[in-house]
Design a protein around this ligand. Sequence first.
Ligand code: BG6
Length: 499
Amino acid sequence: RKPENHILVIFGASGDLTHRKLIPAIFDLYIKDTLPEKFAILGVGRTSFTDEEFRKRMGEGIETFASMVKASSNKAEKLKSFVKKLYYTSLNTKNAEDYNGFKSTLLNLDKETGTGENFIFYLATPPSMYTVIPENLAKQGLNSENTGFKRLIVEKPFGYDLESAQKLNNHLLKDYKEDQIYRIDHYLGKETVQNLLVTRFSNGIFEPLWNRNYVSHVEITSAESIGVGSRGGYYEGSGALRDMLQNHLLLLASLVSMEPPAIIDSNSIRNEIVKVLQSIRPIKEDEVDKHVIRGQYMPSTIKGVKVKGYREETGVNPESRTETYVAMKFFIDNMRWAGVPFFIRTGKMLPTRVTEVVIHFKQTPHHLFAGNTAITNNQNQLVIRIQPDEGLLLKFGMKVPGSGFNVQNVNMDFHYADLSEKELPSAYERLLHDCMLGDSTLYSRGDAVEAAWKFIKPIQDAWEKDRNISVHGYPAGTWGPDIADNLFEDPHLSWRYPC
Ligand code: BG6
C-alpha cells in the first residue's frame, strides 16, 4: 500500500541518525516503490548546506548503509532520481521567530510538490529539543490537521525518568493529539520482534502452553560485544537501565507476556502492552540489590588485543558508577504469569552480539527417565532469536538409538534466512513506512512509556541514594558479573550462554 502524498521534515538532518539510518531506509522504500507519487524530504539543521551539498552527503550515506543499494540494478540512476527529492534548510530551532521563515519554505515546497500540506516532522535531535520544536511548530499552526495530516516522530530517549517522561507527554499533548505522536522504539520495527505475536497467537502448539501451567521461567538477553565507543558522553548520563532496559527489553517482555488482543489493530495491541507493563510487580527500593545486579566493564585482553575499561572511555568520568550491564528478576502479577520469574539482562562488551528470548518449559510431572541429566536440567526450551541469526530453536529430548531408554537433547532449528531470499527490512524502514501510512501499532503509546518508567523508578532511586549497592566490575569480553547467576535461586538454573 502506498501512503498519501506528503513531505517528511527531518530536524537534526546534519546528524548521524539521518545519514546512517533514516535516509538509507527511505531510499530502500523508494527502490521497493512504496513511497507516494508526490513526496519530498526537507532536512532541517543548524549547519548551513545547499540542497546540492545535502544531497551529496545523503548519497554517501545511502551508498554505505542502504540495503537495497546492492540489489538495485541501475543503482546510479535510481540514486540520482531519489536525491532530487531531498531539500535542505537551516534553522536555529531554539529561536521562535525563525519558524516563520521555515513555515514559508515548507509551504512553498508543498505547493511545488503537490503534497496537500501533509507533513511528518521527525525529531532526530537531542532530547532537549523535544518540547521546543513541536511547540514552535504549533505556534505556526503546523500542528493543525484542518489542511492535511501532521505527525510527529520522537526518537528515544523519551524522558530521563518517570517525572520527565510525564512532563514531556503533557507538553506534547497540549498541542498534539495522542494519535499524532509517534514515539519510536526501534526494537518494535524488527521483523523478529513482531514475529513474537505470530509465534504466540497463530500456533496451536505454542499458544496453550504459554502460561504459568507449563512455563517455568522466561529469560531475555540483549548482549552487545561493542563498548560505548564515541557515545561516552551520552552514555554516562544514561547507563544500561535507561538506554536498553526501560525501553527495548521491557517492550520485548511485554510482547512475550501480553494477552492476545481482540483484533490486530493499533489500540487493541497497545492496550494489552500497557496492561502487562502495569502488572509487573514493583521492586521495592530496599530490595533492589536482591533483584537487580548492575555491572561495569573493566579493562581486559580479548583475543590478544587490549581493550579499555568503561572508565577509560572518552567522555566518561574515571570514577564513574554508570552501569554498562544490568540483570534483573521480576514477576508479572496476573492470572497467566503468577509465580513465573522473568530474568532479563543486557550489557555492553559481552562476548557476542545476540538478542534472544528463551521460554523454559516445565518438566513432565513424572520422571520416567529419571537420572538423565539433559531432561532433569529442564532442557525443553523455545529460543526465539531476535538477532543477529534471526530464527526459532526448539530443544527437546529424544531417545538415543540402541538399548535402554537414554535420552539426549536435540534441536529443531529454523533460520529466517531460509524463508526467503529477501533481506529483512530494517527497523527504520518498517517504522517510517508505518508512520507514513498513519499506522501507530509499532510505536510506543504515552501510557506504556510512563508505565515502564514507573517500574524503573525505585531502581533508579535506590541506585542514586544508596552507595552501598555495588557496581560490579566484569572484564570486557565476559558475560557480566558472576553474581548475576544468584538471581536464579534454584542452583540447577543459570543464564543461557549463546555462542
Ligand atoms: C540503542 C541504544 O537504542 O540500541 C544503543 O542507545 C544500543 O546503546 C542499540 O547499542 C542496540 O540496538 P540494536 O538494534 O543493535 O540491538
